[in-house]
Ligand binder design. Structure first.
Ligand code: NAD
Ligand code: IPM
Ligand code: MN
Length: 348
């Protein structure tokens, strides 16, 4: 049965973004041909160069254009030539918020044969999923500065959550946990200090768990202890649900324990599919290695795999996974971006 052709908006972005996005789409094109998946892609120029040339970070018209696509694929955003925050908030967070991609799904999975810096642990111990709240918290933009430049200066960034935001995120996390064999969900918070915000999170977590997910076991960790356990006993975790900022920090630790920044993928998801979801590696534009054919493109390719799973193209996703399994144990540090791409393609 012929299916429709997917429409993919591609934002390669800055630094290593275009290098790894190229590899990702070479793999997609090969796998798509093999599995009869058809798609059209359009590349958008948003990022540092585009901003410096045209003055546009990301206009409302451009966001409306992105709405017409089934999914968005983003390489990385952020340029040393642009003040921090302009591109990150103006492009990345703008898309996440405007398109209400309220879940940031970040698997932490060590591929077999890949080296982890955690002594004595392997792929059996490092296999969990972080559900990062992606619409609020410290990222809400609520705050401001008073009397800037004086000794009376006040600077505020508030951690803001409402009931609905917490509920929809926690419900999604319970569903992820229900669909995994261990059915174990950990709330990660800071109930001992941030007593307002995490009172809300903990109540929603326990209420929902009791009423709708009695089959899912519940645990709670303070965020500092969770960071420690991710390194000392990563096997404790199956699914973790946490706030936007804690999730950001913990998933960089997650990236390192699964083999490095070049090994971590993520999806910014609108579960209701009212708007396009956006898939991107966890890493940034890595200006220190940009343009040197050094970036590890596996995170970008894993991100394609996530995108295909989201679209329901499971056999194509599995094929990418097989190729990743073959290539990830190779000595990637010694390989160029292009060599890794070649090895991936040869294994499809
Ligand atoms: P980064 O992830 O870009 O780099 C951190 C370190 O990891 C660097 O040493 C880099 O060389 C290394 N690294 C990252 N990806 C790699 C890969 N694929 N292969 C090999 N090594 C890799 O984080 P940063 O340095 O904090 O930020 C750089 C810029 O990227 C900033 O402007 C930041 O705001 C932005 N950023 C964007 C995203 C995104 O677009 N999703 C995510 C994080 C950071
Ligand atoms: C990430 C990044 C972004 C975040 C930045 C670049 C806005 O660090 O995707 O993890 O903080 O979410
Ligand atoms: Mn981050």
């Amino acid at each position: 049965m012929p299916h429709k052709s997917y429409k993919i908006a591609v934002i390669p972005g800055d630094g290593i973004g275009p290098e790894v996005t190229n590899v990702a789409f070479e793999i997609l094109s090969k796998v798509a041909r093999k599995h009869n998946v058809t798609y059209i892609e359009r590349v958008f120029p948003f990022g540092g160069e585009h901003y410096l040339r045209t003055g546009e970070v990301l206009s409302n018209e451009s966001i409306d254009e992105l709405r017409k696509y089934d999914v968005i694929y983003l390489g990385a955003i952020g340029s040393p030539k642009v003040k921090p925050g302009i591109l990150e908030k103006g492009i990345l967070l703008n898309i996440r918020f405007t398109l209400d991609q309220y879940i940031n799904l970040r698997p932490v999975k060590l591929y077999p044969g890949v080296e982890t810096p955690i002594k004595g642990k392997g792929s059996a111990e490092i296999d969990f999923v972080v559900v990062r709240e992606n619409s609020g918290g410290l990222y809400s933009g609520v705050g401001g500065i008073m009397m800037k430049g004086t000794k009376d200066e006040i600077a505020i960034n508030s951690k803001v959550y409402n009931y609905k935001q917490v509920e929809r995120c926690v419900r999604y996390a319970f569903e992820v946990a229900r669909n995994r064999p261990r059915k174990l969900l950990a709330l990660v918070g800071k109930t001992n200090v941030l007593t307002y915000v995490f009172d809300l999170w903990e109540r929603v977590f326990n209420e929902l768990g009791e009423k709708e997910f009695p089959d899912v076991r519940r645990e709670y960790y303070h965020v500092d202890a969770a960071a420690m356990h991710m390194i000392k006993n990563p096997e404790k975790f199956d699914v973790m649900v946490t706030t936007n900022m804690f999730g950001d920090i913990l998933t960089d630790i997650g990236a390192v324990i699964q083999g490095g920044m070049g090994m971590a993928s993520s999806g910014n998801i609108n579960p209701e599919k009212n708007t396009p979801s956006m898939f991107e590696p966890v890493h940034g534009s890595a200006p220190d290695i940009a343009g040197q054919n050094k970036a590890n493109p596996l995170a970008a390719v894993m991100t394609i795999k996530m995108m295909l799973e989201f679209l329901g193209e499971n056999s194509a996703a599995k094929d990418i996974d097989k190729s990743l399994m073959k290539v990830s144990p190779m000595n990637l540090e010694r390989m160029s971006t292009r060599d890794v791409a070649k090895a991936l393609i040869e294994n499809i």
